[in-house]
Design a protein around this ligand. Sequence first.
Ligand code: ADP
Ligand code: ADP
Length: 233
Amino acid sequence: MMIELKNITKTFYKNTSQVSALSNISLVVPKGKILGVIGASGAGKSTLIRCVNLLERPTSGEVFIGGRNLTSLKPAALAKARREIGMIFQHFNLLSSRTVAGNVAFPLELSNTPGDEIKKRVAELLELVGLGDKANEYPGNLSGGQKQRVAIARTLATNPKVLLCDEATSALDPATTRSILNLLKDINKRFQITILLITHEMNVVKAICDEVAVISEGRLIERGPVSDVFAYP
Ligand code: ADP
Ligand code: ADP
């Protein structure tokens, strides 16, 4: 299994009250598959996806990526392991002061990749996402769909095995959503990248997911092939 969550529980403590955001969630995603997690606002989707790369530490439970237990790693090893987990967001999270190329180069600079290699890799990645002619633009001059393409190129720069998509198309119109989903599917097929995505939109799940998990009030209430779970009588 590429992604394996075992008995993940997350409780937030606020003053004297506590919120149980996730209750005992276990979930696997085989290599090369796309799993969609769907649920209403407040169901725990965002907390769940953030637990996969430990942006959020589960209160209890374990996270395995490619068989390795992330929850047991020391900070330095965890930082390294995280480079194998890409993530894209609803609001893109680009660096506005850097060009498109500068954004895509950023993770490579952090990992001390030689300059000539960065240049080659950045050009390749921008071609891949269809932005070969935008290298020197600033994010402020791009459409939402173009921004998400930059974010996808940036997250692919370090060759992740896993891609986490946190409401990645929720800020986009339907046609742009469709084109971004097609790009994600293409990347999934081409590089065998395992994708976990969260969304509140059934159409997103139907468009690209192999399987779907339904979460409600922090609990996993359904899991199966998209055609089964959405096959209402
Ligand atoms: P979703 O992504 O499905 O909308 P979330 O994971 O954001 O759901 O939230 C699940 C529950 O956890 C909600 O009740 C939310 O208020 C609570 N929650 C999320 N993050 C925090 C936090 N940092 N502190 C306290 N409560 C939180
Ligand atoms: P910024 O001004 O946004 O910081 P830089 O011009 O410093 O961007 O470029 C950052 C990185 O992006 C550099 O490592 C450079 O090799 C790469 N880069 C810049 N322009 C291009 C381009 N047109 N094609 C490919 N790589 C580029």
